[in-house]
Every structure is written in structure tokens, then in C-alpha cells.
Design a protein around this ligand. Structure first.
Ligand SMILES: [Fe+2]
Ligand SMILES: [Fe+2]
Length: 448
């Protein structure tokens, strides 16, 4: 199995390198697009290979099928993936420790069982989003507490245990249980430093910084944010012109005339909302940045927290209305689906702006065939059919109806392709050309 494990770690490294590579700004646009798409294809292929490797070397294995040698190899593999929280794949390290824990339970290997309780808790402690000001509770704190509680309960048998390592794990479990740091606090020093730096930033600088983080570590998500901003603005402008009455009440505008006069302000709000709607992903980059395999259920649950995280970040920075957009953009309009759930209803004075961003989000997420959903991108026609099918339940019927006009539909379809190509080229070429002195990229929305 060692060869599979080596290959897997090697692949994670390759994915990271591919994710960080830009394109030369001097290349012709078509060549740039080809290179960006090729990069996405290679990442996708490595992901598939990693899924296969894990399936064969890990997911198909049952505790009963493990031999002594497997235990040694799996432990080594988990250590290399975890590296005390700074390794390339904490999620899989946790998965391995859960498997070993079950093996130890079934084989009644008390010492291994105690050690694995500690390791399962400690690795899960790291499978969580980075939070700001402790505003978002660790979604796994009950499970983590249970591992440490049970590990600590072996203190009674401490004197009868010979293995130094096992004894140390019991003490560490007691320590963790008493500290309760798994509730909110980040375990990594680097995260603590980042948190401190964030709190001290001015509101504008904080939002800039968060967008920088996304642009730097996960450029496809940054492209997506710019695309949602642009699409949202187009939809908003269209609504102001053809059905301003739908926007009455938004931003407390009293009638259609007031809506028409407030066109710039409304469009700007939607643009900013689109730009920041996924800003919470800056806190779960260890998952979206990984993308070297399919996400585990626990990790997917963390990615979903980007709504709550983004909302908390924006609220702290003083952007209350943008915080609402970040919080509600994955909720269905009929309140019967989406996330976060449960959640308070969206205030009426911003509801339509959220609904516009939500449709813009779906359009870009589903149709990006360059970098983001390389393998599963849909054609615009197919996506619009889905939007129509979900109009009134998942999506706002008022927003989806804007696409009923044939000319507007065609314009959107055409401009979506060219705008996406331009945005990818801008973002990826800037990565190599125009880095700021502090190493971060500059944001394009300032030039809008
Ligand atoms: Fe999102
Ligand atoms: Fe999004």
C-alpha cells in the first residue's frame, strides 16, 4: 500500500502547484484560455486519480481486514498527512485514525484504542473552519469532546499502563478536555496570528484582505466572485428597467420612480454583494484549496459554513447589508431548502438583492467551463431550464423571468462567455505580473 500513499501525497503537492500557477500576460488570449483550461483539466485528472487511490487503499478497507503491517503503514501515512495540523490533508488523517480506532475496539487492543481516541479527537480538532472572534462554533465540538472525554476516562487505569506513549495520550486527552479549546479557538499559531492581524484592519482593508486571500490561494473562486458581481449587476439593471416595481421596498425605496432614480446605487449594491458573497470561503480555503479529492462529509459541512462565516466577517467589518447577502445566498426563496438552516428570514429591504445574487451565483457556478467546474459545466440553455424549473421554489421567479426576453437571454449568453474569458485572463495573468509589494494581487473591481 505504501506506493499508493506516496503517490497520493505527491498528487496533493502537484495540485497545490497547479493551483498557484499563473499565465504570462504577453500570451494571446486564446492561448491563455487554453493554458488555464489545461491546468483545470490536469487538476481534475489528479483529483480523479486521488479518489481512486483512496478508494482502493483506504475507503474499501474494513477494520477486520487490517494486518499488523497495515497498522504501521496507515499510522505513518496519517502522520505525514497531518503534521500536527500543518500537513497536506488533515481530513484523511482523521479518517485513518477513526479506522484505527475501530480496529483497536474490535481487537480489544486497549493501548491502541486509547491512543487512537486522542488522535481521532486531535485530528478532528483541525478539521474545522478558521473562525473570527469565536463567532462560529466548531461544528464538531460534540464529537471532539466525546473522544477526549473517553480518552481521559482511562486516567483511572493510568498506573497499570506500561506504554509511555499511551500514558501521554491519556494526559493529553485530560488536558484537551479541560481546556475546551476545540469549542472556538484555532489550534495553529499561524491562524492565531492571522486572526490578530485581521481584527486590527480597517473595514475596507479587511474586505480587501479577504478578497486577496481568495485571489491568492484559490483564483477560480476569485474569478467566480467577479463573475457573480458582473452577472448580478446586469440582472439588477435589467430589473430596474423592465420591472422596477419588483424592487419597490428594496433599500426602503417607496415606488417605481424612486427605484429608477436609484439605479446606480442598487446596481452597485448587487455588484458588491456578488463580489463578497463567498468571502467566507477565505476561512475554509484548506478545503476548497485542497480539491485534491472529493470532500469528506465533515469537510463539506465546513464549506457550507462559508455563508455564516462570511456574514460574521462582513458584519464585523461594518458591512451589515453585504453580510446579509453572504448569509442568505444559498437559501431557497420558499425557505424549504438550501443553507444555513434554520436561519432567520431575509429582511424585505434587501431580499431582492439577495435573490439577484443567488441567481447570478447559480449561473456562473453551473456554466464555468474554463476553470471552476471544468468537468461538469452545463450549457447556458440547460442551466436556464433548471432556473425556470426552480423558479418560485429555489430561485426568485421575478429574477428568472428576466431571461424570458429573447434578446436579453441571447445577450447574457454571449457576454457571459466573453466576460468569463476576459476575467480568467485578467486574474491569471495578473498573478504573475502585477503583484503588490506585499505579494498580494490587486482587485479588479476598483477599475470597473
Ligand atoms: Fe456560496
Ligand atoms: Fe458562489
Amino acid at each position: 500500500m505504501r506506493i499508493y500513499y506516496e503517490k497520493y501525497i505527491d498528487n496533493l503537492d502537484q495540485i497545490q502547484q497547479l493551483m498557484q500557477s499563473g499565465v504570462s500576460a504577453t500570451m494571446p488570449k486564446e492561448a491563455m484560455i487554453m493554458e488555464i483550461r489545461d491546468n483545470a483539466r490536469r487538476r481534475h485528472e489528479i483529483c480523479l486519480e486521488n479518489d481512486n487511490l483512496l478508494e482502493r487503499a483506504l475507503f474499501q478497507r474494513t477494520p477486520g481486514s487490517l494486518r499488523e503491517q497495515d497498522i504501521v503503514e496507515l499510522t505513518e501515512f496519517a502522520d505525514r498527512l497531518f503534521l500536527m495540523g500543518d500537513g497536506p490533508d488533515t481530513g484523511i488523517a482523521h479518517y485513518i485514525h477513526r479506522l484505527l480506532l475501530e480496529y483497536a475496539r474490535q481487537t480489544r487492543n486497549r493501548d491502541l484504542y486509547i491512543r487512537e481516541l486522542y488522535h481521532a479527537g486531535f485530528t478532528l480538532l483541525h478539521v474545522k473552519p478558521i473562525v473570527l472572534h469565536g463567532k462560529v462554533r466548531n461544528p464538531f465540538h460534540d464529537q471532539i469532546a466525546a473522544y477526549f472525554e473517553e480518552g481521559a476516562s482511562y486516567l483511572e487505569q493510568y498506573d497499570g499502563i506500561e506504554s509511555e506513549e499511551t500514558r501521554a495520550c491519556i494526559l493529553r486527552c485530560c488536558e484537551k478536555r479541560d481546556e475546551k479549546e476545540y469549542l472556538y479557538i484555532f489550534p495553529r499559531e499561524s491562524d492565531r496570528q492571522r486572526e490578530k492581524a485581521d481584527i486590527s484592519r480597517e473595514r475596507e482593508a479587511l474586505r480587501e484582505h479577504l478578497l486577496d486571500v481568495i485571489a491568492e490561494y484559490h483564483p477560480p473562486t476569485y474569478v467566480h466572485s467577479l463573475m457573480v458581481a458582473w452577472l448580478g449587476e446586469k440582472l439588477c439593471k435589467r430589473m430596474v428597467h423592465v420591472s422596477p416595481e419588483k424592487l419597490v421596498g428594496t433599500e426602503d425605496l417607496p415606488d417605481a420612480d424612486a427605484v429608477l432614480k436609484a439605479e446606480d446605487m442598487l446596481c452597485r449594491s448587487v455588484y458588491e454583494g456578488g463580489l463578497c458573497h463567498d468571502i467566507g470561503k477565505s476561512r475554509v480555503l484548506n478545503y476548497i484549496g485542497l480539491y485534491g479529492r472529493q470532500l469528506l462529509d465533515e469537510e463539506f459541512a465546513c464549506v457550507k459554513l462559508h455563508t455564516v462565516l462570511g456574514s460574521a466577517l462582513l458584519k464585523d467589518a461594518g458591512y451589515k447589508r453585504l453580510a446579509r447577502i453572504a448569509l442568505h445566498h444559498h437559501q431557497w426563496v420558499d425557505q424549504k431548502g438550501g443553507y444555513p438552516y434554520p436561519c432567520d428570514t431575509c429582511p424585505e429591504d434587501i431580499r431582492m438583492l439577495v435573490e439577484i445574487v443567488a441567481v447570478a451565483d447559480s449561473i456562473d457556478a453551473a456554466t464555468d467551463n474554463i476553470g471552476r467546474s471544468y468537468a461538469s459545466a452545463k450549457h447556458f440553455d440547460e442551466l436556464v431550464e433548471e432556473l425556470r424549473a426552480g423558479a418560485g421554489s429555489r430561485y426568485s421567479a421575478d429574477v428568472v423571468h428576466l431571461l424570458d426576453d429573447e434578446d436579453f437571454y441571447k445577450e447574457m449568453e454571449r457576454e457571459l462567455v466573453s466576460r468569463r474569458q476576459k476575467t480568467y485572463c485578467d486574474v491569471y495573468s495578473r498573478r504573475s505580473q502585477e503583484e503588490r509589494s506585499d505579494g498580494t494581487v490587486s482587485h479588479l473591481y476598483r477599475e470597473k
